[in-house]
Design a protein around this ligand. Sequence first.
Ligand SMILES: Cc1cc2nc3c(=O)[nH]c(=O)nc-3n(C[C@H](O)[C@H](O)[C@H](O)COP(=O)(O)OP(=O)(O)OC[C@H]3O[C@@H](n4cnc5c(N)ncnc54)[C@H](O)[C@@H]3O)c2cc1C
Length: 436
Amino acid sequence: MATETFARTGQTDHTTSYYAASANAAPERPPLQGDRHIDICVVGAGYSGLSTALHLAEKGYRVAIIEGAKVGWGASGRNGGQIVNGLNASLQTIKKRYGQDTANFAASLVQEGGEIIRERVTTYNINCDLKPGNIFTAFTPAHMKELEARRALWASYGIENQDMLDKSELREHIGSDLYEGGMIDHTGGHIHPLNLCLGEAAAFERLGGVIYEQSPVIHCDTETARPMVKTANGTMTCGTLVLCGNAYLGQVVPTLTARVMPVSTQMMATEPLGSDRAKALLPTDKCIEDVRYILDYFRLSADKRLIFGGGTVYGGTDPANVEAKLRPAMEKVYPSLKGVKIDFAWSGNFALSFSRVPQLGRLGTNTYFAHGYSGHGVTGSHTFGKILAQAIDGDRTRFDVFAGVKWYPFPGGRIFRVPYSMAGSWYYAMRDRLGL
Ligand SMILES: Cc1cc2nc3c(=O)[nH]c(=O)nc-3n(C[C@H](O)[C@H](O)[C@H](O)COP(=O)(O)OP(=O)(O)OC[C@H]3O[C@@H](n4cnc5c(N)ncnc54)[C@H](O)[C@@H]3O)c2cc1C
């Protein structure tokens, strides 16, 4: 199960996910041993790290990735697989908090992550079950208004790929009577998330990149001109260091710890349902997430299981029984799945930022970081990896805009941020329950 840091359990095998059980073959990669030097060192082999490293390797840089466990061990290898365009924070919120220029900039990024993923899958022939289209579902007329406002807002920025679905139109996509309607994003989609990681890692290695696995970084010198990271059995000194440990970095880099909070979310996969039953649940094979603050998200796997996720635990601990937590929500969407066998259940941590806006920036002169996609990071991590790579390659235009966006600490500091955030989340969950 998920753990906040390696230090807590030393667990470095993949979690008990459906994805780990159906992963494409991957080589065993050695741990870092001895004292080494490289042009660019990336910590973390999730999408942020892999995207940064692959973009840099494509430009001919010598890059090494140091991963504490395995490629895709973190959120990137265990997530809902939903390609959702945009950032967690809405363009409206970004405009209110940071101004029109930042909102315009964020709007220009909305579709980029999905495009990068599709380009990677095609260029490197990555077998990760890529499917087009995602749908946001609404429970109430108020939710429908919220979705229509979101669609209109994006259209006002020139993003025209979404359509509203009334109740009967939504029924063509979801075999459930639970919803009032929804909105489809034709340029969203879904993937087997771990196989995307493994494909990107293999592409990086084919371009000469090196990945060390089972090598938790225990110390980083981030302020020196030539940064250095230390593991149990080695050091890596580099011209540029990129920190992409996200929710799992823990307290290895204290200046980053306060910026984000680890939050766990849970997932499970049913037994294979067979084509007919699966088609009755999701006839067009789109992925679904609802509009609530604490949302359910689900989709079909390539072998026709329902993969269902939901719930959050602030602080990033795992619930004792994931299936018991998720089953009632799944059976509410699909009463026909009452009693269905659950083959896999797991949990994973994402990094929440207080503003829900991801952060990237620099420590010292030659250490970069990106994190805090706040639960919507499949696309964002790919985009931010590209922006980091562009900055390291000398084009800091986009990096400087985002690095200049103010970040806000969680109220309550490290000790009280979990109870404070739980109280905030309780308030929003109550609003959801009341249909507000
Ligand atoms: C269960 C779950 C479901 C989700 N569903 C979705 C979804 O459907 N759609 C969506 O858009 N987003 C989703 N997310 C969020 C999304 O998965 C993340 O935002 C994204 O994968 C973050 O990528 P990352 O590379 O920044 O972090 P991670 O994938 O967590 O990668 C960080 C890596 O750094 C390594 N690391 C950390 N510390 C160290 C260290 N000290 N030394 C060496 N290595 C270290 C970790 O082992 C890990 O492999 C979900 C997240 C979870 C947990």
